[in-house]
Write a protein that binds this ligand. Structure first.
Ligand code: BJW
Length: 230
């Protein structure tokens, strides 16, 4: 019996909540240059541009509502816990739609829009407001500036030890709405295969790493995820 499920979510699960994906034809990276907006070098070169980009993303995320796919994963977490199992919900998304759908434990490996990070002391306070280049750290004596608490290209994703442990303990791996283009997340299916556990992809179009999955169900997450859970 399946008791420990590892779910990896990507931008596709929030697409039907109105938040853009990255690599689809009308995705975020078709309109904006990731090297200018999602790298430490881009932030150093033009912090105003980068803060504005994430301020808009934060406003969009706050205006969005969870969809039936987020809700289904909250039900899966509760159902597994009742049966003595566990859902490890690892998301690449920086929105809080899993939490707002009722998921209790969410691991945000690429950070969170609703946190900021002090560039001097590293504190990561909850943050709901716009950030500007003048925003000062509320905790630190060094007058540090605040940046979005998100993981840009070339930076180390968060919670990697906990993720590796959960993959080793899982008996099913499911990827939802992710293109399999960004590492290390794109490599988790290979890790799961190495542990000998079944792997399933729920996505709209075959991902870059599609060949690694034993089973794939194509469709909208709002339909495929509830069908998988219930
Ligand atoms: C639907 C749907 C619907 C649509 N229903 N589905 C080789 C190995 C390891 C690393 C590298 C490597 N080569 C290069 C690297 C470095 C780099 C990388 O991977 N680059 C690639 C471009 C090749 N990786 C990094 O720099 C990472 N750090 C790192 O590697 O540190 C070193 C290290 C780590 C670990 C061990 C040792 C060393 C950091 C990556 C940070 C990514 N940051 C971003 C932006 C920040 C946050 C933000 O602004 O939101 O994170 S990039 C962007 O891509 C964002 C996403 O989280 C991430 C993944 O995108 P996602 O979620 O997959 O979205 P899409 O748009 O790509 O796909 C959507 C999918 O949904 C599609 O498949 C659709 O079909 C589907 N879909 N509607 C169901 N309704």
């Amino acid at each position: 019996m399946t008791r420990n499920v590892f779910v990896l979510t990507g931008a596709g699960i929030s697409a039907e909540s109105g938040l853009g994906t990255f690599r689809d034809t009308e995705g975020v990276w078709a309109r904006f240059d990731p090297m200018r907006l999602a790298t430490p070098e881009g932030f150093a070169a033009d912090p105003v541009l980068v803060q504005e980009f994430y301020n808009q993303r934060r406003r969009d995320a706050r205006a969005a509502a969870p969809n039936p796919a987020h809700a289904a994963l909250a039900r899966l977490e509760a159902g597994l816990a009742e049966r003595g199992g566990r859902l490890f919900l690892c998301t690449q998304n920086i929105d809080d739609l899993h939490e707002r759908a009722g998921s209790r434990h969410v691991v945000h490996m690429h950070g969170e829009l609703l946190r900021a990070r002090c560039t001097a002391c590293g504190t990561e306070p909850v943050w709901h407001e716009d950030l500007t280049v003048e925003t000062a750290c509320p905790h630190c004596a060094h007058g540090g500036g605040m940046r979005p608490d998100v993981v840009w290209f070339g930076e180390m994703p968060k919670h990697l030890d906990a993720i590796d442990e959960a993959l080793a303990e899982a008996d099913l791996f499911v990827a939802i709405g992710t293109s399999g283009a960004v590492y290390p997340a794109a490599g988790y299916v290979a890790q799961a295969r190495a542990f000998g556990i079944p792997t399933l992809a729920l996505t709209l179009e075959a991902a870059d790493n599609a060949g690694m999955f034993e089973a794939t169900r194509l469709g909208r997450a709002s339909e495929t995820v509830p069908a998988f859970v219930d």
